[in-house]
Design a protein around this ligand. Structure first.
Ligand SMILES: *Cc1c(COP(=O)(O)O)cnc(C)c1O
Length: 422
């Protein structure tokens, strides 16, 4: 029964576009009305009609410790008692950035912001300010938030909504965004041959996770490093999803490639609105008040958000075995899907990130990702939801495994997959 969700959705649509505050939440791609969530705990999420689901959305990535981890919640409650925001420096900010720097040493200097969109927008401004160049290279199907210049061939919500480019973005704002193909270094070389001296940076999701999960080929990231070095351009890793998820040190540690600038979001805020960008000291020296690249924020480094981030990162750092456990569980799910669907699907999995593409092709880039049958995905999603398993309501989003998905949760999920009937 979804009566309360249905009624609330109807009412919400009167005051919020599509009834939601972020498009993919509206469940449009799966032809169903969204569930309104009341609460969540551990691996379980509960809607306002009191249905229970095993959650594999995990708030789109932040929930690596599952929901409402008592250590995080207690720390946040204590922080609330001291006041919600001061607009002045706090010790928390220092503790968080020191921890981030320890886990990701390439982030020599760090600035805290409020969302991944803001982190990426600011990182690009820093890269442009530092190099004195205007152009950037992004990859088709990679999503870097909704700022004007980056909504070009973006993935995620923009893919299922079939809005390749957003209305309201003047062509002038995106004319400096060059688009290359993921896993295709020749396409990058070609852009650098033409515009190399004008390119400030390449921005990439080191593991693409917004056209579904797409793994980088063995040499892809290393080649990007080589290309930017040749042209004295910068390499930006958008680790908003991969940071602290693929490994404690993110994709840069996992693949052994050091970016000049990194953007973080999702996990770094431990479930609160917090994100970060940072990198080489000489680049970050360009940021105001030190340098001429202006960037500011009323709530940036918020004491409650930093508390959630600190507690989350501390737990990830101290609790050994989390990354192995979530990877092993992801492999179990991958195996269940492959044994059920065989060659009619392509399952991409790395660490705790998985996508099931309903295509017989091997998915390695945007072109192959969109070859998947989104209607088949919708059927699969609806079947799983009816079995009490909450997957991302879109073919082009990742499935996230958390540290608190139990053996029982994973077994129940695999059993549901194995009994699949369209
Ligand atoms: C989610 C995401 C963003 C945008 O972050 P928001 O906090 O939603 O603004 C940017 N880049 C990547 C890779 C993301 O997954």
């Amino acid at each position: 029964m979804n009566n309360k969700s249905e009624i609330l959705f109807e009412k919400s649509k009167m005051f919020m576009p599509g009834g939601v505050n972020s498009p993919v939440r509206a469940f449009r791609a799966v032809h169903r009305n969204p569930l309104f969530i009341d609460r969540a705990n551990g691996a379980k999420i509960y809607d306002i009609d009191d249905n229970e689901y095993i959650d594999y959305v995990c708030s789109w990535g932040p929930g690596i410790l599952g929901h409402a981890d008592s250590r995080v919640i207690e720390a946040v409650k204590r922080a609330c008692d001291k006041g919600l925001t001061f607009g002045a420096p706090t010790e928390n900010e220092y503790i968080l950035v020191e921890l981030v720097n320890e886990l990701m040493p390439s982030m020599e200097m760090i600035r805290l912001v409020n969302s991944g969109t803001e982190a990426v927008m600011s990182a690009i401004r820093a890269a442009r300010g530092f190099t004195g160049r205007d152009k950037i290279v992004k990859f088709r199907g990679c999503y870097h938030g909704h700022s004007d210049g980056l909504l070009v061939k973006a993935g995620s919500g923009a893919l299922t909504q079939s809005i390749p480019d957003s209305l309201g973005v003047p062509a002038d704002y995106s004319k400096n965004t060059l688009v290359a193909e993921y896993n295709n270094n020749a396409s990058v070389e070609k852009l650098f041959d033409m515009y190399g001296e004008d390119i400030a940076a390449i921005i990439v999701e080191p593991v693409a996770a917004n056209m579904g999960v797409v793994l980088p080929d063995k040499e892809f990231l290393k080649d990007l490093r080589r290309i930017v070095d040749k042209y004295k351009s910068l390499l930006i890793f958008d680790e908003v999803i991969t940071g602290f998820r693929l490994s404690l040190g993110g994709a840069q540690e996992y693949f052994g490639v050091r970016p000049d600038i990194t953007t973080l979001g999702k996990i770094v805020g431990g479930g609160m609105p917090l994100a970060a960008y940072g990198g080489r000291r000489d680049v970050m020296d360009m940021i105001a008040p030190l340098g001429g690249v202006y960037q500011a924020g009323t709530l940036s480094g918020n004491p409650i958000a930093t508390t959630a981030g600190i507690e989350t990162l501390k737990i990830l750092k101290e609790e050994k075995g989390i990354y192995k456990k979530i990877n092993d569980n992801a492999v179990k799910i991958k195996n269940a899907v492959e044994s059920t669907f065989g060659n009619s699907v392509c399952v991409n999995q790395i660490g705790s990130l998985i996508s099931v593409f309903f295509t017989e092709k091997r998915v390695t880039d945007y072109e192959t990702a969109i070859s998947s049958d989104t209607e088949k995905y919708a059927d699969y999603f609806n079947y799983m939801l009816d079995k009490g398993i909450y997957l991302a309501p879109s073919q082009f989003e990742a499935m996230f495994i958390s540290a608190v998905h139990s053996d029982e949760d994973i077994e129940k999920t695999c059993a549901a997959i194995k009994n699949y009937k369209a």
